[in-house]
Every structure is written in structure tokens, then in C-alpha cells.
Ligand binder design. Structure first.
Ligand code: SAH
Ligand code: AVI
Length: 326
């Protein structure tokens, strides 16, 4: 980019607190292959759109996982230690945790960690109303930079819960790193329940990420709307299209936003150029086999106990075998 192009645009300064977001957006959109981190999907509007995705007929993962939890919650709960805390990573709505909480009377505290602050706090208020004896202690933050737990939680046995196959949104190496670090947070001998979407016929995957109603497209495009709202950018949403493709070699769905024409977009004083057909890579959603996920877990300090599956989706119970401490 020429310095003339950089200075040509005068945009309002972004509001305070958006520095990390702005830095990630600029670094992603000035890379050779444009990309944006998927964690930025989840502002208030994005979290509501994701909830709509979970109710779509084509999006099978949520239905499958809810059914597996409903069917096997007593077996899962039998693995919980007495007087424990349930730590949920990226819970969104606590719909799934509620099933475990209903089956596991030994859970005294629930600690959801999520980047979508308002959504998390609203959900926590509902849970406190419905389960007044449970200590609900949400933590707003990025679960890749695992925070310290409140002292009362750090003092009791901890069970981890990571539903929804959100682990599939990590690159496999990052998933392994997350599992290692979560192990340090959860402690020696702890139990970890993780929902993992399975490799399957590409048509089923394609439909799940290209729903007829276009909700996934709205979810994807909301990322550009969010950049406009929070960073004062001037993306023309009508000039970008949602694309989701299955890459069988990598076993992953890739989501992109495709520029339908040659165009320039102003963001934080930068002018970003797009060729017609150029894409912004917004998300990977890796699919695993039961065995490939168990191998990943094992290499990351966790021993597989059981995997419950309906053939489309799986919920894994892992026990921490690594003995290193935080
Ligand atoms: N667990 C829910 C929601 C899955 S959507 C389900 O199974 O349906 C992914 C969730 O993870 C969202 O609530 C989002 O806000 C949260 N999330 C995504 N990336 C995150 C990150 N890096 N740190 C914390 N939360 C994150
Ligand atoms: C949260 N995550 C597991 C979802 C997925 O399926 O990868 C996000 C999503 N993206 C498009 N649809 C749903």
C-alpha cells in the first residue's frame, strides 16, 4: 500500500477498548491471504445469529449433541467428583450445561468462560434465577488466554466442558495447545467433556454451512458489519458473499467472504484493496474421527475414557494424565 493511499482516507478514531480488535483486523486484512479470527463473530448480534444457526434444520451438530447429552448425562455425571465446579469454555447459552447440571448433583459452582460478555451475563442471570443454590461465576474473556480462576473455584475439583465442537475452530496444533493449557487450569486427574463434530458425507456438511434461509451467511457477514460498527469502516455488505466449502484433504469446512467486485475499503485510516473474487477466510471448522480426536487428546496430556456418538457427532470424556502444574 502506498503512503498516499494510507493518508487519503480520514476516518473517525475507533472508540477506546477496540485496540486489539483493530490490530487483528488490520493485520488479517493486510496479509497476503486475507483472514479474520473467528472469535470476532461473537458480538451481541453474532451471538444471537449463532443461536439461530443452532435451530436450523440443516445444522445437525446442536441437535445431535443435545440428544447425546440427554441420553448419556447420568453416565457422564457418574464420572464427576464430589463437590466440584463445572468450567465451561465458550458456552454461549448454557443450554447444554443445564443438562449436565440436572444430572450431576455434585456440582456446586458453574464457571462459564466466554468472549461474548453481554450474552454471557444475561445467561448467567437466568441460570441464577433457575438454580439458586448453584454459584454461577461467569468470566468474560478469551479462552485461549486462560485466566486465573476465582480462589474458591481453584480450591475444589474442576470438571471441564467444551461443547459445540468449538475445538474444531482451532487449527489442530492450536487445539493441542488449548488442551494442554486447559489441563493446567483444570488440574491433575480432572475430567474433561468435549463435543466434537465427526467427518461425514460432504453433502451433509455443505448443507449445514449453507442453510437455505441464509442465517449462516448473515452470521458470516455480521463480521464486516461489526468492523463497520466498532471501527468505523465502510464495508459495503452487498459487495461480499458468504462461501462455505468442504476441504476433504484437511477434513475442514472453510468459511470465506468473497468480494464480488474490485473495491477499496477504509478501516482505521488504512485503505484495503480487494480484487473481484478475492476472499477473506473467516473460519475453519475441523471435523475429526473418534480415533483422530482421541489421538490428539492423548498427545496433549489427556487419556480418553469414553466417547458417546450417534455417528454424526461425538462427546468425549477425557481424564488428565499429565502431572505438570500451573
Ligand atoms: N457452546 C455453545 C456455543 C458455541 S459457539 C454451543 O455448543 O452451542 C462458540 C462460543 O464460543 C460462543 O459463545 C463464543 O462467544 C465463544 N468463543 C469463541 N471464541 C472464543 C474465545 N477465543 N474465547 C472465549 N469464547 C469464545
Ligand atoms: C462454534 N462453531 C463450532 C461453529 C461451527 O460449526 O464451526 C460455528 C459456525 N460457523 C458456521 N456455522 C456455525
Amino acid at each position: 500500500m502506498t503512503s498516499a493511499a494510507k493518508t487519503a482516507l480520514r476516518l473517525p478514531a475507533p472508540p477506546a477498548g477496540t485496540d486489539a480488535f483493530a490490530a487483528d483486523v488490520i493485520s488479517g486484512l493486510t496479509a497476503k491471504r486475507k483472514r479474520l479470527p473467528p472469535k470476532y463473530f461473537y458480538d451481541a448480534a453474532g451471538s444471537v445469529l449463532f443461536e439461530r444457526i443452532t435451530r436450523l434444520p440443516e445444522y445437525y451438530p446442536t441437535r445431535c449433541e443435545l440428544a447425546l447429552l440427554g441420553q448419556h448425562a447420568p453416565a457422564m455425571a457418574s464420572l464427576f467428583p464430589p463437590a466440584c465446579a463445572l468450567i465451561e469454555f465458550g458456552g454461549g447459552s448454557s443450554r447444554k450445561a443445564r443438562i449436565l447440571l440436572g444430572a450431576a448433583a455434585t456440582v456446586e459452582a458453574y464457571v462459564p468462560i466466554d468472549i461474548s460478555g453481554d450474552f454471557l451475563q444475561q445467561d448467567a442471570a437466568l441460570l441464577r434465577r433457575d438454580l439458586p443454590r448453584l454459584a454461577v461465576q461467569p468470566i468474560v474473556g478469551d479462552f485461549t488466554r486462560l485466566p486465573d480462576l476465582p480462589p474458591a473455584i481453584a480450591a475444589v475439583p474442576r470438571v471441564g466442558f467444551f461443547p459445540g465442537s468449538t475445538i474444531g475452530n482451532f487449527e489442530p496444533d492450536d487445539a493441542a495447545e488449548f488442551l494442554r493449557r486447559a489441563g493446567l487450569l483444570l488440574g491433575a486427574g480432572s475430567l474433561f467433556l468435549i463435543g466434537v463434530d465427526l467427518v461425514k458425507a460432504p453433502e451433509i456438511l455443505h448443507r449445514a454451512y449453507n442453510d437455505a434461509e441464509g442465517v449462516t451467511a448473515k452470521f458470516n457477514l455480521n463480521l464486516l458489519a461489526r468492523i463497520n460498527r466498532e471501527l468505523g469502516a465502510d464495508f459495503d455488505l452487498a459487495a461480499f458473499e458468504h462461501q462455505a466449502l468442504y476441504d476433504g484433504e484437511c477434513s475442514r469446512i472453510e468459511m470465506h467472504l468473497v468480494s464480488t467486485k474490485r473495491q477499496k475499503v477504509g478501516i482505521c485510516g488504512e485503505r484495503i484493496e480487494f480484487r473481484a473474487g478475492e476472499t477473506i477466510h473467516t473460519e475453519n471448522s475441523y471435523k475429526y474421527s473418534i480415533e483422530s480426536f482421541q489421538a490428539l487428546a492423548q498427545a496433549s496430556g489427556w487419556s480418553p475414557l469414553t466417547a458417546w456418538t450417534d455417528g454424526l457427532f461425538s462427546v468425549h470424556a477425557l481424564r488428565r494424565t499429565a502431572t505438570d502444574e500451573r
